[in-house]
Design a protein around this ligand. Structure first.
Ligand code: PGA
Length: 250
C-alpha cells in the first residue's frame, strides 16, 4: 500500500506569517494517514523546521545544487537542506527546467545528490502544450524517466517520489482530467514495473498542475495517482488543509 502524499510547493511566495497559518491549519486538520510535506522558500526552512518539530508534517525544499559544496554563489547543498530539517526536495520542476535550463542530466544529478544526503527527491516530469498537441506526451515522460532510471539504481529509486506535472496544467486553472493523468501515471508505473515489481508497487506518483480542493477527490480516485504536488492552492491555508483532508480518505 502506498501512503498518499500531498506536497505544497510554495514557489517564490509566502512569508513567515503564512507559514504559521498553514501549519496551524494542518495541525488542526487531524491528519494521521496521509503524509503532508510543506516546501516553502529556503529562508523559511529553519523556522518551519522548528514549527514542525514533534508533528507528523514533513519539510521539503524546492531545489538543491548537485555538488556537495563549492564556490557556487547563491546555491544550496543537500547537506544544508538536511541540516535545516528537510526530508524531501523537489527536483526537475518545469519552471526550473525552463527558466534555468535544467536538462534531464542536471535533474538526475540533483536527485542523486539528494539521495546521498538522505533526502527523498520529488522528481518532476511532464510534457508541455506543444508536445501534447503533437501526441508526444508519453515519449516525453518516458525520456525523462529513462534518464532517472539509467543513473539511479533500484534500491535508491525506492526512496524517490515521482510527480507528473503537465506544463500546460501548471498555474493555468486547467488541471489534466483524471483520465489524462491516470494514463501517464500508468505509463510511469509500467516503466517502474519493467525495472522491479516491488519498486513499482511502492513508489508514489503524484499529480501536479492546478490541483484544488474541488478536483482532488477524482484525481485521488485513480489507481496510479498516489498524491498531489500543489502550487497555488498550497498558499491558501484552508484550501490546502481541505486537500490534505481529502488525501486522508484516499
Ligand atoms: P499549480 O502548480 O498547483 O499552481 O498549478 C503546481 C506546481 O507547479 O507544482
Amino acid at each position: 500500500m502506498r501512503r498518499t502524499l500531498v506536497a505544497g510547493n510554495w514557489k517564490m511566495f509566502g512569508s513567515r506569517a503564512l507559514l504559521y497559518e498553514v501549519v496551524d491549519r494542518l495541525q488542526g486538520a487531524g491528519l494521521a494517514k496521509a503524509e503532508v510535506v510543506v516546501c516553502p522558500p529556503f529562508p523559511l526552512l529553519s523556522v518551519a523546521a522548528e514549527l514542525l518539530e514533534g508533528s507528523t508534517l514533513r519539510l521539503g525544499a524546492q531545489n538543491l545544487h548537485a555538488a556537495a559544496e563549492g564556490a557556487y554563489t547563491g546555491e544550496v547543498s543537500g547537506a544544508m537542506l538536511r541540516e535545516a530539517g528537510c526530508s524531501y526536495v523537489i527536483v526537475g520542476h518545469s519552471e526550473r527546467r525552463r527558466a534555468h535550463a535544467e536538462t534531464d542530466a542536471d535533474v538526475v544529478a540533483k536527485a542523486a545528490a539528494a539521495l546521498r544526503e538522505g533526502l527523498r527527491p520529488i522528481i518532476c516530469v511532464g510534457e508541455d502544450a506543444t508536445e501534447r498537441e503533437a501526441g508526444r506526451q508519453f515519449a516525453v515522460v518516458e525520456r525523462q524517466m529513462a534518464a532517472v532510471s539509467a543513473a539511479i539504481d533500484v534500491a535508491e529509486l525506492k526512496s524517490c517520489v515521482l510527480a507528473y506535472e503537465p506544463v500546460w496544467a501548471i498555474g493555468t486553472g486547467h488541471a489534466a482530467t483524471p483520465e489524462q493523468a491516470q494514463q501517464i501515471h500508468a505509463c510511469l508505473r509500467a516503466r517502474l514495473q519493467a525495472l522491479d515489481a516491488t519498486l513499482a508497487a511502492g513508489v508514489r506518483i503524484l499529480y501536479g498542475g492546478s490541483v484544488k480542493a474541488e478536483n482532488v477527490r477524482e484525481l485521488f480516485a485513480q489507481p496510479d495517482i498516489d498524491g498531489a504536488l500543489v502550487g497555488a492552492a498550497s498558499l491558501s491555508p484552508g484550501e490546502f488543509a481541505a486537500i490534505c483532508r481529502t488525501a486522508e480518505k484516499a
